[in-house]
Design a protein around this ligand. Structure first.
Ligand code: CMP
Length: 290
């Protein structure tokens, strides 16, 4: 049973003669406030909706009286807060940085960056807060990281061109990938420019144009920017987004480390036949890039 469901049960079975509508109203007003606060925070606004809901579910209410120190600069951080009611003041080395009012997140920096508290936060009035423990917060962030990782591995496995890659290479590739989004008309790479990244289209379409060559449209599962694999660093074509596009991007160094020695079989003499066959399949595949 989630925390939210527990609160609802608490309200339904509340023994006191209180107006239940009022309690429900408070619950939903609070969750709305937490959601807005998370989405308003520069460091959290890119969280996925599912992540926000899980964070909201793990938050517990707490209150402190005027003058209390909520966070002490230099301490280890154990909690991220959303202010629901009242005001707090943020100071650093005794100097005031700002005051914070309801609907704001604070105490996120030490947890997100694994550093000590960057400032002191003191209650200027009696305050009501929602708090989430470091452990819960980090688990939610990590779990989403793991989900992304398994989505990338599944996607790579589904691309025919990548099916010949060994399982451990696919996993490492998924680990090294960065997801990048583009809008219609954006240049992803420009002919003549230097570049050392390799792109796999995970969603949408791109247009590849090359001087004196036909325009080619590439879509989900196709890839480009293969010069990064061959040691060249000048782009031989331009690639632009057609509509919204998502690419999985990998840099030359990561790719070399993972696929390593595609063109050079000299130090692979001691590999087993199976490994040699796998390497050959990978080499054939990557050298067949037009
Ligand atoms: P953290 O470092 O975990 O604990 C202190 C918090 O104060 C910090 O996270 C931020 O949430 C907040 N904080 C630090 N510096 C500023 C600032 N310049 N303006 C607003 N809030 C800040």
């Amino acid at each position: 049973v989630s925390k939210c469901q527990k609160y609802i049960q608490l309200i339904i079975f509340h023994p006191l003669n209180v107006k239940k509508e009022k309690l429900f109203f408070c619950l939903f007003r609070s969750s709305d406030l937490i959601q807005r606060a998370l989405m308003d925070n520069d460091f959290m606004k890119h969280l996925e909706h599912g992540q926000i809901l899980t964070i909201m579910d793990c938050m517990r209410p707490t209150s402190l009286t005027k003058g209390c120190c909520v966070i002490q600069e230099g301490d280890d951080g154990s909690t991220v807060y959303v202010l629901e009611e009242g005001m707090v003041e943020v100071t650093k080395e005794g100097k005031k940085l700002c005051s914070i009012g309801p609907g704001k997140v604070f105490g996120e920096l030490a947890i997100l960056y694994n550093c000590t508290r960057t400032a002191t936060v003191t209650a200027l009035t009696d305050i009501k807060l929602w708090a989430i423990d470091r452990q819960d917060f980090q688990t939610i962030m990590m779990r989403t990281g793991l989900i992304k990782y398994s989505q990338y591995t599944d996607f790579l496995r589904s691309v025919p061109s990548f099916q010949s890659l060994a399982e451990d290479v696919l996993s490492k590739l998924a680990d090294a990938l960065e997801e990048t989004r583009y809008s219609d008309g954006d240049y992803i790479i420009r002919q003549g420019a230097t570049g050392d990244t390799f792109f796999i289209i995970s969603d949408g379409q791109v247009r590849r144009t090359r001087r004196q060559a036909a325009v080619k449209t590439l879509s989900k599962g196709d890839w480009f920017g293969e010069q990064a694999l061959k040691g060249e660093d000048v782009r031989t074509a331009s690639v632009t987004a057609v509509g919204d596009v998502t690419c999985l991007v990998i840099d030359r160094e990561s790719f070399k480390q993972l696929i390593g020695g595609l063109d050079d079989g000299s130090d692979k003499q001691h590999d087993s036949d199976e490994v040699k066959a796998k390497r050959q399949a990978e080499a054939d595949f990557f050298s067949s890039v037009s």
